[in-house]
Design a protein around this ligand. Structure first.
Ligand SMILES: [Zn+2]
Ligand SMILES: [Zn+2]
Length: 274
């Protein structure tokens, strides 16, 4: 099967290593016809990737990946073909960004009460413009000589059950799906095989889910077959991609290794235009 579209790509706007121009250059080398950047909780790279895609003759769809929680399971929801300037999407992204700051403020308060000298400014400087997260706080503590490695900070302080652990704000799949649809797009369940809870599907369809990520590096051939048949049964669109982040150890997440064939891209594009 020839992959012509990779619809799950991360850039420097979230936790990827390449910038939009580099992603498009690589996509052109791999002879992709279409791609979508799906950064976590942000559309910051979408306009740029569309600009470079146009120059390279590669069709670019808007995209995003939201982390949500459903019945104690982490569920990732992909959004495609929505208006990135729509209020619903903008508001949801802002809410998530604010929640990251609030979480970091709480985490820092806990660390300080435990006797560590650390401030929000130091963590933000460490994050360098990206949304502040636990790895940034951990790096500050390593640089100040409290610990040797980031791993040690996590297991001593920041992991679930440790004294400075702070609960994250959790979006529901319904909130994500609703915002994406209200912005004119459609939602797909990202790598459902990682949670293994296919019984969630009916609930998500009731919330307005319209696709399943069938092709993904973490899916077995059997899972791919299962999700493909579920798409057929419920009239959902097949999506797929490499979950590319840049370099990875065994190259299993290389760009264009997973994605859509010509026929699947046609079906995806038809839903996109609707
Ligand atoms: Zn994911
Ligand atoms: Zn991803």
């Amino acid at each position: 099967m020839t992959i012509v579209a990779d619809l799950h790509i991360h850039t420097v706007a979230s936790d990827g290593l390449l910038n939009p121009a580099e992603v498009v250059e690589l996509a052109a080398q791999k002879r992709l016809k279409a791609l979508a950047v799906t950064d976590h909780d942000t559309v910051a790279a979408v306009a740029e990737i569309m600009f470079f895609g146009k120059q390279a003759g590669i069709k670019v769809f808007s995209g995003i990946e939201f982390s949500t929680e459903y019945n104690d399971s982490e569920v990732h929801i992909l959004g495609y073909c929505f208006d990135t300037r729509a209020d619903t999407i903008r508001q949801l992204i802002r809410k998530l960004q604010e929640s990251r700051f609030t979480r970091m403020e709480k985490m820092i308060a806990k660390l300080r009460s435990l006797g560590y000298s650390i401030s929000l400014d130091e963590v933000l400087r460490q994050a360098g413009g990206a949304a502040p997260g636990r790895p940034h706080a951990a790096r500050v503590l390593v640089e100040k000589g409290y610990f040797k490695t980031i791993r040690e900070v996590f297991s001593a302080l920041l992991e679930k059950g440790r004294p400075a652990y702070t609960e994250r704000f959790k979006l529901t799949p319904q909130e994500a799906i609703t915002a994406i649809r209200a912005a004119g797009g459609f939602a797909s369940w990202a790598h459902p095989g990682l949670s293994g809870k296919k019984e969630f599907l009916a609930d998500f369809i009731n919330c307005g889910l319209q696709g399943i990520e069938v092709s993904h590096p973490e899916h077995t051939a059997a899972q791919e077959g299962l999700y493909r048949s579920l798409c057929k049964r419920y009239g959902l669109v097949v999506t797929g991609g490499s979950d590319f982040h840049g370099q990875n150890e065994n190259n299993s997440h290389d760009l264009a290794l997973h994605g859509l064939n010509e026929q699947e891209l046609d079906a995806f594009s038809r839903l996109c235009r609707r």
